[in-house]
Structures are given as C-alpha cells and as structure tokens.
Design a protein around this ligand. Structure first.
Ligand SMILES: C[S@@+](CC[C@H](N)C(=O)[O-])C[C@H]1O[C@@H](n2cnc3c(N)ncnc32)[C@H](O)[C@@H]1O
Length: 231
C-alpha cells in the first residue's frame, strides 16, 4: 500500500509549493484558503494533490470489512477527490460528501457525475444546521491533522453533533508518538489523549495504532467512537 502524501512530501518542489501556498494564505489571515488554491492550481492533474490516492483509503476499507455496519446515512468530511465517498456508496450508504474547496467539489462532480453521492461545499466548523443529528456514520480522514489548531478544535467539537443515536465517527490519521520527528507541518500528527478528550462525550469503540508496510516510519491510527443510544 502506498502513501501518496508521504511520497510526494519527499519531493522538494512539492514541499516548497505547499509551503508557499500555506504561507500566503496565513499571511492573508485566511489560513485554510491554501486548500482551494492548491486544487485550483492543480487544474485537474491529481499528481499535484499530495494526498490523492485515487482509490479508497486502505485503513477505511479494512475497518468496514472488519465489522459490518448496516448502511444508513453517511457524511464524508473534507472528502478530497471523492474515492472514499464512492466506496461508501458502493457499500449501500446514502452519502453526503463535502469539502471546503469549491474546485475540489467540482472535480468530484466531474469524476463521479453519475453517482448518487451528494457533493457539497461546506466548512466543517460552520456546517449547515440540517446536518446536525442526521448521520449514522461520520468519516474524517486526514482532516483534523491537516488544519491549524484553532480550526481543529472547532472541527472536533462539531463532528459528534452530526451523529444520530448509535451513530459512529471513524477518524483516521497520523498519531503523534515519540517517533515523530519535527518536520514542517501540515500534517500535524494527533496525540491519542487529545483525540480521546475531543470525543469523550461518545463511547470509544476502538483506537488502534497502524503502520502501513510501505511506510514503516509513519505512525498512524484509526479511532472509532459511537454516540450512545438514548434511554
Ligand atoms: C489532507 S486533505 C484529505 C482529503 C481526503 N479526506 C483524503 O484523505 O484524501 C484535507 C481536506 O480537507 C479539506 N478541508 C480543510 N479544511 C476544511 C474545513 N474546514 N471544512 C471542510 N473541509 C476542509 C481540504 O480542502 C482537503 O480536501
């Protein structure tokens, strides 16, 4: 299994390009704007998007094969180029997939025009009210770790609010461990204790460290939390 983001981060030109987009966005006081700038400047070339696998995330796939969940309504947060949303659709879920970047969402619509996935532009920190309490599954892959701390805290507060009773959050990303060396972020690997605290209103289903064969130096995790059934 490959990690395109890790591979492309080793590419110095890519690193400099991302850093310059990020610096410009931060100095303009709109730190999350670099995502739109990146998708826009890629002009339909997915090799310019360091995290784009163009296939389902293998950790998500393994988790949904490990435990069968009865398909219901799913929300894909920060959906990127859309492959994970399409995977859920293929499993029978009714999927809403959203991203902050309009260019990213247009790209998803071009790639998957005939799918039943509802593609939306939205900011996870200010979601449409009609999404609250409406989903059986909320998936965030590499979102919390990709955004600066202020937005990350806001986003983590919102995620549990999307859930119906018994609904689950699946969170996948890099774990902050003693092996992590300081490289210029993003991503910001996440501490297990921080994640546990953010989702402490939910029941923990699992938290598992993961190392992918091709990238033994990167510590990752999958966390699953469930909203308790109301009594
Ligand atoms: C590192 S990428 C991961 C994309 C995708 N989940 C994947 O694994 O390929 C982070 C994504 O989150 C989106 N994003 C960043 N901030 C966001 C926000 N506040 N609300 C919604 N999406 C956001 C970005 O535009 C980008 O597509």
């Amino acid at each position: 299994m490959s990690d395109e983001w890790a591979k492309r981060q080793e590419d110095n030109d890519m690193k400099l390009h991302l850093q310059s987009l990020l610096n410009n966005a931060e100095s303009d006081g709109n730190p999350l704007r670099w995502f739109e700038d990146l998708y826009d400047s890629a002009d339909g070339d997915s090799s310019q998007i360091p995290w784009a696998r163009m296939e389902v995330n293998p950790i998500l796939k393994d988790e949904l094969e490990r435990e069968y969940l009865e398909p219901g309504r799913a929300l894909m947060v920060g959906c990127g180029l859309g492959d994970d949303a399409i995977f859920l659709e293929q499993l029978g879920w009714k999927v809403v997939a959203f991203d902050l970047s309009p260019s990213c969402i247009n790209w998803c619509k071009e790639r998957f025009g005939t799918s039943s996935v509802i593609w939306e532009v939205a900011d996870v920190t200010q979601p449409p009210e009609e999404w609250l309490g409406e989903f059986d599954l909320v998936v965030e892959i590499h979102i919390l770790q990709a955004i600066q701390i202020e937005a990350r805290i806001e986003a983590a507060k919102v995620l549990p609010k999307f859930l119906r009773p018994n609904g689950r959050i699946i969170s996948i990303g890099r774990e902050l461990t003693s092996r992590v060396v300081e490289i210029s972020p993003p991503p910001w690997p996440l501490a297990r204790a921080w994640l546990m605290e953010q989702f402490s209103s939910l029941e923990k289903v699992l938290f598992q460290p993961i190392i992918l064969n091709d990238w033994p130096d990167i510590d990752r995790y999958i966390g699953v939390w469930k909203r308790p059934k109301e009594k």
